[in-house]
Design a protein around this ligand. Structure first.
Ligand code: SF4
Length: 321
């Protein structure tokens, strides 16, 4: 029912409020409202079904648009701290045969040294021992604890020539001590030779026993080079008269040379021991057999078999004389 304006005014004066439905919306607008309400309902349902978004993600602030960062010129890179250059290490002198030979020539050319060598060549055992103990002919006298003269029978059939004293030899004053010396003693015992003989009640007597079963052991150098460095040609040349005199006094039937520098000194050869071993050489007419130094054998056990062959060659050579 609809009311006229006049009726409305009368009813309002009577205090009666009239209800009237809202004006009906046009059909198209109503349909859009229904569709929008359905869409909102669907979104709400999907949101309810969707897994909860991590809080951090929910609270993540909007990412601001990237702002172009001005290209900054690279900071100058400081040059790496310069490591102080290591102190130059003096090159280890290479003792070539040519250098050694030249050194011997120089030594012989020096009248004082030639006179010294000639004097040493006349010494008997006692004065020779004293001359070695007091020697200051090369710089090694400044660093040695003591000289290492040699040990064994003064007329032994075998003479063993080694290189230079090591630390233990320098301490004890005897060549071939310590593990290398023990190995040498074992090797010598295996072919019936010994550096010492025992007489009486275990008393050691270097001149006792059969000289054919004894050895005399000496080194080419009588003083230890510092830190066991290689001997220098001048040192070898200045010490050589002592070894020559020992060889002349012992007059061995056989010389067994052990180690590179001993081989160079006696045979004047630059060849490797591996090439020189296995045959008999000569030093002033005396047979010479070359073999490895026991200190080397301790580090290279497979070569012990070769050293054993060398000892057998030495024994066969000495027995045949
Ligand atoms: S190494 Fe020989 S020459 Fe040199 S100081 Fe010793 S004993 Fe003398």
């Amino acid at each position: 029912m609809s009311w006229s304006d006049r009726q409305r005014r009368m009813l309002a004066a009577m205090g009666v409020r009239l209800w009237s439905p809202a004006a009906a919306a046009p059909p198209a607008v109503a349909a859009a409202a229904v569709a929008e309400a359905a869409a909102e309902t669907a979104v709400a349902e999907r949101a309810a079904e969707a897994p909860a978004m991590p809080l951090a993600a929910q609270e993540r602030p909007a990412v601001p648009a990237p702002v172009a960062t001005p290209v900054r010129a690279p900071a100058p890179v400081a040059p790496p701290a310069r490591t102080p250059a290591p102190a130059p290490v003096p090159a280890r002198p290479v003792t070539s045969i040519a250098a050694a030979a030249q050194s011997v020539q120089d030594t012989l050319a020096d009248p004082l040294l030639a006179e010294r060598a000639a004097h040493i060549a006349t010494l008997a055992w006692g004065p020779l021992h004293d001359a070695v103990a007091a020697c200051t002919a090369c710089g090694l006298c400044a660093t040695r604890r003591q000289t290492v003269f040699g040990v064994g029978h003064a007329r032994a059939d075998w003479m063993i020539v080694g290189e230079a004293p090591g630390e233990q030899e320098d301490q004890q004053g005897e060549p071939f001590v310590g593990p290398a010396g023990q190995l040498l003693d074992q090797m010598l015992r295996a072919v019936g030779q010994s550096r010492r003989a025992e007489s009486g009640e275990g008393r050691e007597d270097d001149q006792a026993g059969d000289p054919s079963r004894r050895v005399f052991i000496a080194n080419t150098l009588k003083c230890r080079p510092p830190r066991n460095r290689n001997p220098e040609p001048d040192e070898l040349a200045r010490c050589e008269p002592f070894l020559k005199r020992q060889l002349a006094l012992v007059q061995p039937k056989l010389i067994l040379v052990m180690g590179r520098f001993a081989v160079k000194q006696l045979l004047q050869s630059d060849e490797a021991i591996g090439k020189l071993r296995g045959r008999v050489h000569r030093y002033e007419g005396i047979p010479v057999v070359v073999t490895y130094h026991p200190a080397y054998l301790l580090r290279n056990m497979p070569d012990k078999a070769k050293a054993w062959e060398d000892l057998c060659l030495a024994k066969a050579t000495a027995d045949a004389l």
